[in-house]
Design a protein around this ligand. Structure first.
Ligand SMILES: [Ca+2]
Ligand SMILES: [Ca+2]
Ligand SMILES: [Ca+2]
Ligand SMILES: [Ca+2]
Length: 412
């Protein structure tokens, strides 16, 4: 068995971060980057959640930025054709703010039909408390139209006047970075009984150069607070109507109640830890199911097979399912950046698993615990391939087609 060197300083810093988080949080949600992780969503890109983010605006810590990415791997040359949101889907942020696994409120976002490749769709945003007549707040915002020009169209950001809520929907660079191939080869080596850390030294970001659909909303922290005080849990959900009927004119009409197609909180739980036969089931389930232990056996079995010891299984279980898979954010912890270029060991680090910032290296944090603290260098992909924006929505603009032969930045 090959041994991986353990950097004790790095390890102790991680453990300190974890201890602090465990004191603050009854349970951390398992949020994973989960692009096309199950057959139910790989065949339904519009509803396929890539990642979910929740963090304090580093420029104004009284505001919380929530974001969900869907329908990833958009090639720049096709983004005019592919860059729109399905009008049949509810995009939802579930808000858990009482400290259990049951969501207490939600933000729902839907989109109008796309009528032209050059015209925006209209998003309808229902803010928390929408079910209460006195709090019923709804507003509308245009999406950002895509172009094949060398420069992306500027982000169109809409501010709802009475609440101060800000909204963005459109393509962005995919901020998730991960060497999928390296991880897959490394996992295979572990499962074969011969762990080979060199498999993680390719330093290739499987997501580089591709765009993704991003929905981002900035709300006052006070809008998310509940009886759990400054701790809030976020679960990203996509929903479609239970039945769909294909019409003779090619349109599809949905009927019946809305059901969950995909969900996202802690990165990579479904991708890495749920066995293939249960991936569709996991996506359609809820944090309450997690807390009831529906997937506990499968997750523990996957971690055990990877050699994760009981202590670290306990840590990851607390993140992934003990109190439901939510991305838990302590809104009382100051945040000064979107995390770009930081590691969990960077002084002042305040990111994942405390919420998740667009720049956070979530894979390295998860690999650290899965490997019993041996993999201190993670997957050797340490940041997004382009800088993130320094203002809301804290994403980079979409990649655009190049004018002449050049590196397209993809790194498969
Ligand atoms: Ca997904
Ligand atoms: Ca609750
Ligand atoms: Ca990227
Ligand atoms: Ca990494």
């Amino acid at each position: 068995m090959e041994k991986f060197g353990i950097n004790k300083t790095v390890a102790s810093t991680f453990i300190l971060i974890l201890a602090l988080i465990n004191m603050l949080l009854p349970a951390l949600p398992a949020k994973a980057a989960d692009h096309a992780e199950s057959t139910s969503v790989s065949g339904d890109p519009g509803a396929d959640i890539g990642d979910v983010f929740a963090f304090l605006n580093p420029n104004d810590n009284s505001k919380v930025v929530l974001a969900i990415t869907v329908a990833g791997f958009i090639v720049p040359a096709e983004q005019v054709n592919l860059g729109f949101f399905s009008p049949d889907i509810i995009y939802r942020f579930e808000i858990e703010n009482t400290g259990d696994s049951i969501p207490d409120d939600k933000i729902d976002i839907t989109f109008s039909q796309q009528t032209s490749r050059t015209q925006p769709q209209t998003a309808t945003i229902k803010l928390p408390g929408f079910q209460t007549p006195s709090k019923k707040t709804i507003f509308f915002a245009p999406t950002t139209v895509q172009t094949l020009n060398p420069a992306a169209n500027p982000f169109v950001i809409t501010t709802h006047q009475s609440s101060g809520v800000r909204f963005y929907a459109g393509l962005t660079d995919d901020p998730f970075y991960f060497d999928i191939v390296g991880f897959s080869r490394f996992s295979a080596s572990v499962l074969a009984g011969n762990p080979d850390g060199t498999r993680l030294q390719r330093s290739r970001d499987s997501f580089a150069g591709y765009n993704i659909h991003t929905i981002a909303i900035e709300v006052p922290a006070s809008m998310l607070r509940g009886s759990a005080g400054s701790i809030v849990g976020i679960n990203g959900v996509t929903m479609r109507r239970r039945s769909a009927t294909r019409q003779n004119n090619g349109e599809v009409v949905g009927t019946g109640d809305y059901v969950i197609v995909d969900r996202g909180a802690t990165p990579a739980v479904n991708t890495a830890l749920i066995p293939f036969p249960r991936k569709n089931e996991f996506n359609a389930a809820t944090p309450v199911d997690d807390a009831n232990g529906v997937f506990a056996g499968s997750i523990v079995a996957s971690l055990t097979a990877l050699g994760t010891n009981p202590t670290n299984i306990g840590i990851l279980a607390n993140i992934a399912f003990v109190n439901g898979d939510y991305l838990r954010l302590d809104m009382s912890t100051p945040n000064r950046s979107a995390g770009f270029g930081e590691r969990a060991t960077t002084p002042g680090y305040t990111g994942f698993p405390n919420g998740r910032r667009t720049g956070d290296d979530t894979i390295d944090v998860l690999l650290f615990f899965i490997s019993n603290h041996a993999l201190t260098l993670g997957d050797n992909v340490n940041s997004n391939e382009v800088p993130l924006g320094n203002a809301f929505p804290f994403f980079a603009p979409p990649h655009q087609p190049f004018e002449s032969p050049a590196d397209d930045r993809t790194r498969n």
